[in-house]
Write a protein that binds this ligand. Structure first.
Ligand SMILES: *Cc1c(COP(=O)(O)O)cnc(C)c1O
Length: 410
């Protein structure tokens, strides 16, 4: 077999579909976010980043930067081992205490990423339970889908946020069979929000555990940044709450919070937790500082919501097809992978605006879009600039302006 040829053809097929991935070579500038340097073959240029998940700019906050620098100077760079073999640092323990407190749970467990937290926890918890069935929202993130697959448990997918469908699936299962419902709060690509309370009601009625991914909500919602479940007073009704330290908290790493028994079980059995070096102490220190800061400060959250609402209002006012939702995410529908890429290339070349095109498999085919994430540091001048640039691109490429009503999902 000509292996080289095989992979060249595989990539060519992806190119032909218009979904070849080009990574923007960026150099972030602490203190100057949302500006960054963009490195290209023609040199370096300053651009405005409009698609970062550093939703609040905590990655450049003095508290997080100072905590990281201080930890590097005191403890050095790497953790030096897995959690079990010399890699548990006091900073890991403190971070886990902070996170358990954030969600009002008995315990927390930190992983090297939110992806691993989902994969390792879902696969282990479901595997430990005898004969468990997993009920999974159809729009769940790839990391949850992978964890569910690795558990080798039967999976039943319910239509996105469809309570009747979920209930009909639950009804058909024996009352005493183990069940786990996995879903998200803020869905990252459409920006809609899960029916947390109603799903918890169903879980209680049919005897199911609940697993909530709050990755796009922690730090951003709730009086202490505990997410949508905190905002709605529902944290105690969820069996497991999962989050990331890499988005609103501006660092890296993922976690779960739950009862001590569940955390202990995952800690003792999940390969994705056990067999990997723990997070660097400096990351733990920065994340702890970030979580602590956002537990007491409302400034960033308030400004973030105001900015997101402003961008949505401005883009809609000029007739751009903003996909409506109740969260901070601003998706603008293009509906074609090639044109989506052209639009973002034009934004970068003509206007110095960086927005990554979102294509399949991240979203369903036909729903390709720009996913805009305003932050507290995108001021009015930058919003004006964005609005004019998008209008120019929409005119140049003759893109459609129909206001999307419902989002077509596979
Ligand atoms: C980004 C993301 C994750 C993974 O989190 P990382 O910390 O980036 O690995 C998990 N779930 C959802 C919904 C996400 O969008």
């Amino acid at each position: 077999m000509d292996y080289g040829r095989f992979f060249e053809d595989a990539v060519a097929a992806i190119r032909n579909e218009g979904r070849y991935r080009v990574f923007a070579d960026l150099e972030r500038q602490a203190g100057r976010f949302p500006f960054a340097h963009h490195h290209t073959p023609r040199g370096r240029r300053e651009v405005v980043v409009w698609c970062s998940n550093d939703y609040l700019g905590m990655g450049q906050h003095p508290a997080t930067r100072e905590a990281a620098v201080d930890a590097v100077m005191r403890l050095g760079t790497g953790a030096g081992g897995t959690r079990n073999i010399s890699g548990t640092n006091h900073l890991h323990v403190m971070l886990e205490e902070e996170l358990a407190d954030l969600h009002g749970k008995q315990a927390a467990l930190v992983f090297t990423s939110g992806y691993i937290a989902n994969e390792a926890t879902l696969s282990t918890v479901a595997k430990l339970l005898p004969d468990c069935v997993i009920l999974s929202d159809s729009m769940n993130h790839a990391s949850m889908i992978e964890g569910i697959r690795m558990s080798r448990c039967p999976k039943q997918v319910f239509r996105h946020n469809d309570l009747e469908h979920l209930e009909s699936l639950l009804q058909a299962l024996p009352r005493d069979r183990a069940k786990l419902i996995a879903f998200e709060s803020v869905y990252s690509m459409d920006g809609d929000i899960g029916e947390i309370e109603a799903i918890c009601d169903l879980a209680d009625r049919y005897g199911a555990m609940t697993y909530l991914d709050e990755v796009h909500a922690v730090g951003l919602y709730g009086p202490r940044g505990g997410g949508v479940a905190e905002q709605r007073g529902l944290m105690d009704r969820l069996t497991i709450i999962q989050g990331t330290l890499a988005k609103a908290y501006g660092c890296m790493g993922g976690y779960i919070t739950a009862s001590s028994a569940i955390v202990d079980a995952v800690r003792s059995t999940a390969p994705g937790f056990i067999f990997t070096t723990s997070l660097a102490p400096a990351i733990c220190a920065a994340a702890t500082a970030s979580v602590r800061h956002l537990k007491v400060s409302q400034t960033e959250r308030t400004k973030h919501q105001e900015r997101a609402a402003t961008v949505k209002r401005r883009l809609k006012a000029v007739g751009l097809p903003v996909m409506d939702n109740p969260s901070h995410i601003v998706p603008v529908l293009v509906g074609d992978p090639v044109r989506c890429k052209q639009a973002t290339d034009l934004l970068m070349e003509r206007h110095g605006i960086y927005i990554q095109p979102i294509n399949y498999p991240t979203v369903a085919r036909g729903t390709e879009r720009l996913r805009i994430t305003p932050t507290p540091v995108h001021d009015d001048r930058l919003v004006d600039h964005l609005t004019e640039a998008l209008l120019d691109v929409w005119q140049t490429l003759d893109l459609h302006r129909t206001q999307p009503t419902a989002i077509a999902a596979e």
